[in-house]
Design a binder for this molecule. Structure first.
Ligand code: SAH
Length: 253
């Protein structure tokens, strides 16, 4: 049994931020797997078919894609942003590991994409210009106690933070709780960027202070960036404000 499975990042938006490598992998595929809203972004050619699945069926989707690749088809598994950031590349590795050695004949090619936090950071200025971390606030796959410990550790260490999966109908309170934890540790003047649907026509940005940050400012298409203690806002006449984190950190910083 041989074959190749491409796991491809579409970038955050509608195409302009998709890499040529990702476009080429998609153009060659006959079977494309993924979460329906991501597949909907693709204009499929005749001979290409999309197999959509729900957001919570990642492991089954990974196994089905591996099976189709083993049957000799050119298969792409697509993710929004980068496939390795809270996305399908891990689910595919998990399937390969748990079914071992069943998929040993399948070559896995992960094609990177522009992850949401980078698109949001670029629109704001340079909030991730010094050390930072990315945290998914979803407690579907890890306990909230772990998330809370990581928030405290990251805030205590002076990292800027990008929050993925900040809020949803099923997870309404986690983001507010995260802001409350951070307000215990960090200065309330630290800038917070709410970047929604970056790279899409309905993109929106909002910049507030940590003291003003509220969960209703985000939805599930939002990536929230909380600045580091050194992050600042530059206001300029006639231009949007710039949020940036300097490259230097003093000894006491
Ligand atoms: N693999 C994706 C992340 C998947 S997790 C990536 O690398 O970007 C889904 C979360 O990503 C969303 O809840 C949101 O926090 C963030 N996200 C995805 N696309 C986004 C976009 N265009 N603008 C802002 N945030 C986005």
């Amino acid at each position: 049994m041989t074959g190749t499975l491409h796991v491809v990042g579409l970038g955050p938006g509608d195409g302009a931020m998709m890499t040529p490598d990702a476009q080429a992998a998609i153009a060659r595929a006959t079977a494309l797997y993924g979460y329906a809203p991501y597949l909907d972004r693709l204009a499929l050619a005749p001979g290409q078919r999309a197999i959509a699945s729900d957001n919570r069926e990642e492991l089954d989707r990974a196994r089905e894609a591996l099976g189709t690749a083993a049957a000799g088809e050119a298969v792409c598994m697509v993710s929004g942003g980068d496939p390795g950031v809270f996305a399908m590349a891990s689910a595919v590795c998990e399937a390969i590991e748990s079914d071992a050695p069943r998929w040993d004949g399948i070559e896995l090619v992960v094609v990177p994409g522009l992850t949401a936090m980078l698109a949001v950071a670029a629109r704001a200025g340079a909030p991730l210009g010094n050390d930072f971390c990315a945290i998914s606030l979803s407690d579907n796959l890890k306990p909230w106690t772990v998330i809370e410990a990581r928030l405290r550790a990251a805030a205590g260490a002076g990292f800027a933070m990008a929050f993925y999966n900040p809020i949803s109908k099923a997870r309404p309170w986690q983001l507010g709780s995260a802001f409350n934890i951070l307000r215990e540790i960090l200065d309330s003047e630290i800038p917070v960027v709410f970047g929604r649907a970056a790279g899409r026509p309905d993109a929106a940005m909002r910049i507030v202070s940590l003291g003003e940050a509220r969960p209703e400012m985000a939805d599930m298409a939002t990536c929230v960036i909380v600045g580091a203690p050194t992050t600042r806002i530059i206001t300029r006449a006639g231009q949007p404000p710039l949020v940036y984190t300097p490259r230097f950190v003093r000894d006491d910083g």
